[in-house]
Design a protein around this ligand. Structure first.
Ligand code: GLN
Length: 386
């Protein structure tokens, strides 16, 4: 038989999705793969029902239905404080997963270097492999996940083509400060580098932390390609609606890559989401309040169970320290956590370039009931002590 492609040889299964399978197998409460167990807003469900009869059921314009792009551009213009042109500066994609892949395919040549902060969301590994990029990792250092400015400067000195910026950050919950972002911006300008953002948690922040859109920093619009998603903002991770926003000449190419990858994002789901894109500021305030309550409830519960953890500034993940349980392998720890304690988590090592195996990632995008049930189980975590 002929061999399979060289580029997929380095591929491993997604650890996040694997932990979801293990959690399901053993009936664990799945706090591994980050998605809500509560419904999207009622308006979204009502509109979806109408659309199921009224349509559209056929392809929309490949780069996004006109009314969807207009509503999205209007919302993002409001939050980014810059007028986004729905006709030339937006592509609607199948989740931000496709958004990032399409962007990488549009800007990267095989052998180009890409700066990635570690820990990082595991898809960036696959994105770099598929686009032929060589990653340069810059460490976000525990416990507060700040970076060493000199290490970042050294990475830029290696002539990268792009930097990937996940902000707010999965898995460490870091929200980059304006000062850090201005430093990155200065380097991007000096070394003529693109910045590809992943801002899917743009509306999930904890006071006093605030989200700064990288594209809105002085001089950065031209070199920033912003990727995001509606998954987290409207609790619709299964709908696979994401987008890319950027300068028209880049978007023009991303559109083509996107067209050949997927033709388009689901037309009926775009139609059903239009009213949500027109929600007022109170929706986003309320989302923030709800997630703050979840975070506080969950972190307090971890404290009561004596579990050491970081305090996320944004997104909905927490990294817990598992050093004291005596495991050498965090994958084994997470399997035992699912099977013996009944809670699904992701081994921290799957996010780090560095040899880190003392962490596990839990998420708290769940109803109060689910979080309380998970905390009840986590009180028995001592069963794992060796
Ligand atoms: N972004 C979510 C996480 O990190 C979901 C990942 C996925 O499976 N697409 O868990």
């Amino acid at each position: 038989m002929p061999g399979l492609s060289d580029r997929t040889r380095g591929f491993t299964d997604s650890v996040i999705r694997r932990m979801t399978r293990i959690s399901n197998e053993c009936g664990a409460i799945n706090l591994s793969q980050g998605f809500p167990d509560f419904d999207p807003p009622q308006e979204v469900l009502d509109r979806l029902e109408e659309v199921s009869h009224a349509g559209p059921h056929q392809y929309s314009v490949t780069w996004g239905a006109q009314n969807f792009r207009e509503a999205l551009a209007e919302k993002q213009s409001r939050f980014m404080g810059r007028r986004i042109d729905p006709d030339s500066e937006v592509v609607v994609t199948c989740g931000s997963t496709e958004a990032m892949m399409a962007v990488m395919m549009s800007i990267i040549n095989p052998g180009d270097r890409v700066v990635i902060f570690s820990p990082f969301y595991e898809n960036y590994g696959a994105d770099t492999i598929l686009s032929g990029a060589e990653p340069i990792y810059v460490e976000l250092r525990q416990p507060d996940y700040t970076y060493d400015p000199e290490e970042l400067e050294a990475a830029f000195a290696m002539k990268p083509k792009a930097l990937i910026l996940c902000n707010p950050s999965n898995p460490c919950g870091k929200v980059f400060t304006r000062q850090e972002l201005l430093h990155i911006a200065r380097l991007a300008e000096e070394h003529d580098v693109f910045v590809v953002t992943d801002e899917v948690y743009e509306h999930i922040l904890y006071r006093p932390h605030e989200h700064v859109y990288f594209a809105t920093l002085p001089g950065m619009w031209e070199r920033t390609i912003s990727c995001s998603s509606l998954s987290k903002t409207y609790s619709i991770t299964g709908w696979r609606l994401g987008y890319v926003i950027g300068p028209a000449h880049i978007i023009d190419v991303v559109r083509k890559v996107h067209d050949f990858l997927t033709v388009g994002a689901p037309a009926p789901l775009q139609e059903a989401l239009v009213p949500a894109l027109r929600f007022g500021d109170d929706y986003y305030r309320d989302l923030q309040r709800k997630y703050t309550e979840k975070r506080d409830l969950f972190l307090e519960g971890l404290d009561e169970a004596g579990i050491i953890h970081n305090v996320p500034q944004g997104a909905y993940y927490v990294l817990v320290d598992i050093s004291e349980f005596g495991y050498e392998d965090d994958h084994r720890f997470c399997e035992d956590l699912a099977r013996i304690v009944g809670v699904g988590a992701v081994p921290g090592s799957s996010f780090f370039r560095e040899p880190v195996n003392n962490l596990a990632r839990l998420h708290f995008a769940k109803s109060e009931e689910t979080l309380t049930a998970a905390l009840d189980r986590l009180r028995h975590i001592d069963r794992l002590r060796r």
